[in-house]
Design a protein around this ligand. Structure first.
Ligand code: NDP
Length: 520
């Protein structure tokens, strides 16, 4: 068994940097593809988080004083560091998630590489002072400015499915905005965050501006008690607890939660493309993606052909321990209890009359794997159609028409992503607009996540707020309204003493401005 220090270039520094004072025995980190323990990390707990928060607050003013240019320079160095160290980062991600090398490279390295550059470039634009014009007559001639300033200390809590993209990724705009950040990665996958924090230090990020609070749920709960804003990604159940604490403390919370993304295939769709997308975006990352395709609705005339195509493609997928690029398509189930959920959803579906076309079994042997699975004859009485499965399973349901597909797609507590396939893109878009989802792709899936200019967030129980776009960095700031009066008289007309003549004049003015039933 290695300690986390052996995983990283300069372990002694890491200890110092994180001020690791872990309580208890520490947390073993398992490689889900082999069952081996690859590292142990400290369980920081509430006391450790409190100490980190003090250090983070002391470090923040200097970081804010770097200004946009100084902070952007650090992020651009970090972007290069990530590319120079991509192999090591991929190995670390694979070792703690069991995902394939391709999944780690495309959806994690590719995302973070882009994000460092994007926030370094666009952050200053999104956060620049905005000069505001007003129709309010009382402020004519005054300078009006909307200004964004960092909140101070941001807490980021992340899930285990994307340790770089989802845990670390949200730290990037928070840092660019001038905050210090404490990141609490999932106890299942803390190593990538520790490695990235080391990388950022090498790139010149001042001490304690980014700290990694390794630990279990209690460490996350403690973090919410100390920060000025919390960015949470994880399950709806835990997100609700985080929101409750944030409400009590009156701090903003941004919540990226679970999903049950539907895909709609219309009769006129390019079936080959639709089948390829259904296969890839349900099985990619072994289905452990918040915006993976979790259920498909297909119009009756093309249902059989679509099922045949998807089943053939899914049957061809190789599942098992990733041994390097090109070795397998579907990797491990990262989180131990998730395997039980997947098995339960498949068993429940079969018991209620569903048919397994391919897959349907846990893979025996070392490591945690589940066969890529296609289910048909499914309906909304089954968990596989209504609850988040988060595994390599794809239930496909026949519908009579697009209206039925939309009704069933919206019949969910979740509303994260959705997709519609049709050669008639205008019709596809019209249907996309009827879906209760934070994002809807036409003839595509999941791709919206890569568009950092567009907000990504969920409707309904899938979350509150969003990441990416202007709102994805402004949420780490407070807004300040600045009003500057340049041409200043000794007093304004409406001030004391009150006189009937002035009041009558003001009444006339208001009537003229607002009482004509016209747009000003
Ligand atoms: P969890 O909600 O179980 O955990 C998320 C994080 O919260 C972990 O770091 C966890 O720590 C921590 N945590 C646990 N208890 C508390 C608490 N009381 N207070 C504060 N933090 C706590 O989610 P998973 O890790 O299982 O992630 C999978 C979920 O994440 C799925 O539902 C998925 O859909 C969702 N997700 C959503 C995304 C989106 O953008 N909308 C993106 C990616 C995933 P620990 O692990 O140590 O218990």
């Amino acid at each position: 068994m290695a300690t986390v220090e052996q995983q990283l270039p300069d372990g002694a520094e890491l200890r110092k940097h994180n001020g690791i004072i872990g309580a208890g025995e520490g947390i073993p980190v398992e490689n889900p593809a082999t069952g081996e323990i690859v590292a142990t990390v400290p369980d920081l707990g509430a006391e450790g988080v409190a100490e980190m928060a003090v250090r983070a607050r002391a470090a923040q003013p200097e970081w804010e004083a770097y200004g946009f240019d100084g902070r952007a320079r650090v992020l651009i160095r970090a972007q290069k560091w990530l590319m120079d160290n991509a192999e090591r980062v991929v190995e670390t991600i694979v070792s703690e998630t069991g995902k394939t090398y391709e999944d780690a490279q495309l959806a994690e390295i590719g995302y973070a590489g882009n994000a460092f550059g994007f926030w370094a470039k666009e952050g200053p634009n999104y956060l620049a002072d905005e000069s505001v014009k007003s129709s309010q007559v009382l402020v004519k001639g005054k300078k009006l400015v909307l200004r964004f300033r960092p909140l101070g200390l941001i807490g980021v809590i992340g899930p285990w499915n994307y340790p770089l993209t989802n845990s670390f990724g949200d730290c990037i705009p928070a840092l660019m905005a001038g905050n210090s950040v404490i990141l609490k990665p999932s106890e299942i996958t803390p190593l990538t965050s520790l490695l990235l924090a080391e990388g950022l230090r090498e790139c010149g990020l001042p001490e304690n501006v980014l700290q990694i609070a390794t630990g279990r749920g209690a460490t996350g709960a403690a973090l919410v008690e100390h920060v000025d804003m919390i960015m949470f990604t994880g399950s709806t159940k835990t997100g609700t607890k985080v929101a409750e604490t944030a409400a009590r403390r009156l701090i903003p919370a941004s919540l990226e939660l679970g999903g049950k993304d539907p895909m709609i295939v219309l009769a006129d769709a390019d079936l080959e493309r639709a089948a390829n997308f259904a296969t890839y975006y349900s099985m990619q990352n072994a289905g452990q993606t918040c915006i993976s395709i979790e259920r498909v609705y297909v119009e009756e005339p093309v249902y059989d052909e679509f099922v045949a195509k998807v089943s053939e493609k899914v049957r061809a997928l190789r599942v098992g321990k990733p041994e390097g690029f090109g070795s397998v398509e579907v990797g491990a189930i990262t989180f131990p209890p998730q395997l039980e959920t997947i098995k339960d959803h498949v068993a429940d579906a079969v018991q209620r009359g569903a048919r397994v076309v391919t897959g349907g079994q846990e893979v025996a042997g070392a490591g945690r794997f589940y066969e890529p699975t296609v289910l048909v004859d499914v309906d909304h009485s089954m968990k596989c159609m209504t609850e988040e499965t988060f595994g390599p399973t794809l239930p496909i349901m026949k519908v009579s028409d697009a209206d039925e597909a939309v009704r069933l797609a919206n019949d969910s507590p979740y509303g994260l992503g959705a997709s519609v396939f049709s050669k008639d893109t205008a019709r596809g878009e019209a249907i996309a607009r009827r879906l209760e989802a934070g994002a809807a792709n036409v003839n595509d899936a999941m791709i919206n996540y890569t568009v950092l200019e567009l907000p990504m967030g969920g409707a309904k129980a899938s979350g509150l707020g969003s990441r990416h776009g202007a709102g994805g960095i402004r949420k780490y700031c407070s807004q300040q309204a600045i009003v500057v009066t340049k041409l200043a008289m000794k007093k304004e007309l409406f001030m004391y003493p009150y006189k009937p003549r002035t009041s009558k004049m003001l009444a006339g003015l208001f009537k003229f401005m607002y009482g004509r039933g016209k747009r000003a």
